[in-house]
Design a binder for this molecule. Structure first.
Ligand code: ADP
Ligand code: ADP
Length: 228
């Protein structure tokens, strides 16, 4: 489902300490695209991702997904929105330490009414031989693969990734970004990804650059758009 943002504004703090972190963000992110959010630290990337994710409220503006408006949803509907439409991957993997890889992914499946096949997913993610290990028996890259599995097993419309390679070394980061691209191709989920990693530029369909709470660039990567 295409995601439309209309004039999203957000401030933190009160009165004279108030800072406007998002100063009117408008853009469209097309169904099935990989959209990368770039910008210096403090430019509002995480805040925007959290607002799209229904974790934080904007002060004004609209987010539309299909024919639904995120900000107008009541708490129960918002919970459903998060569960049905969104998968979240963070810099820290946030796995449940005493559950195995497979069980961590099952947690995600449990939240969905249309989960993907778990065994097939474990193979796609290169985790089949590790499925019975617990997180502290895994490398960082393997833990992030598991976290991606937990997010994607729900078959969400949108996968939100906030610095998914922030804690990983260069080569593992490239592997994880490639995996996110493979997942996008295979399952067709829209991906919105915050990263500082330059390797991303070739796989993105759309690159949005934020600065001081505003969109400075919003480019479609024409090379990746298939001919009609
Ligand atoms: P990054 O630059 O990697 O996004 P940040 O340190 O900017 O990391 O933010 C990480 C999280 O902490 C964000 O989701 C944000 O909501 C929260 N955060 C950032 N700054 C503050 C702050 N001054 N007070 C409270 N929470 C904050
Ligand atoms: P980025 O992800 O681009 O680094 P963030 O969205 O994390 O940027 O933060 C943008 C600005 O908003 C920063 O100045 C940060 O300190 C501030 N901020 C983020 N979350 C909070 C919060 N919960 N309370 C107060 N300030 C915050």
């Amino acid at each position: 489902m295409t995601l439309i943002l209309e004039d999203i504004k957000k401030s933190f703090g009160e009165e004279e300490n108030k800072t406007e972190v998002l100063k009117g963000i408008s853009c469209e992110i097309k169904d099935g695209n990989i959209c990368v959010l770039l910008g210096p630290s403090g430019s509002g990337k995480s805040t925007l991702l959290n607002i799209i994710g229904g974790i934080e409220n904007s002060d004004s503006g609209k987010i539309k997904i299909g024919d639904e408006v995120v900000g107008e949803m009541k708490e129960k509907k918002l919970t459903q929105y998060r569960r049905k439409h969104l998968g979240y991957v963070f810099q820290s993997y946030n796995l449940i330490p005493n559950l195995t890889v497979k069980e961590n992914i099952e947690v995600g499946a449990y939240l969905s009414d249309k989960p993907l096949d778990i065994d097939e997913l474990l193979k796609t993610l290169g985790l089949w031989e590790h499925k019975d290990k617990i997180p502290n028996q895994l490398s960082g890259g393997q833990q992030q693969r598991t976290a991606i599995g937990r997010a994607i097993v729900k078959n969400p419309d949108i996968l939100l990734c906030d610095e998914p390679t922030g804690a990983l070394d260069y080569n593992t980061s490239k592997e994880i970004l490639k995996l996110i691209e493979d997942v996008n191709k295979k399952f067709g989920n829209t991906v919105i990804l915050v990263t500082h990693n330059d390797a991303i530029k070739n796989m993105a369909d759309q690159v949005i650059k934020l600065k001081d709470g505003q969109i400075r660039h919003n480019d479609m990567n024409e090379k990746k758009i298939p001919a009609m």
